[in-house]
Design a protein. Sequence first.
Length: 120
Amino acid sequence: MNTSLKLFLSGALTVCLTVPSLSLADGNHSSLLLMMISNKIKMEKMITAAEEDNSLCNQNSEQASKMMKTTLHMLSEYSKEKSGNYVNQSAYADSLEQRAKMIEKFSLLLERLFNLKQSC
């Protein structure tokens, strides 16, 4: 399976896993999630391209770093969603699991970005 397809499927899976919580949280929470997913996909593409083509290393790592900084602020806001914004505790628990997965995915992406910047 090629890298682009893997990245697309990863993003699609993330969206599918979080769709149930989209309808339960407030609009700001949903908007943050969609922006973070979009940024994550863009950063994955930039990092992968730079990993495969060293001539893109400096440019893509700088762009991804700027986007990562903004996205980490969004992730911080996204992770603060309160239980009162969900219809029940089960929905809130599901949301917490999805937020933990999102944090894990961003930590792996941040590690890839750090390694890329080291290799430029």
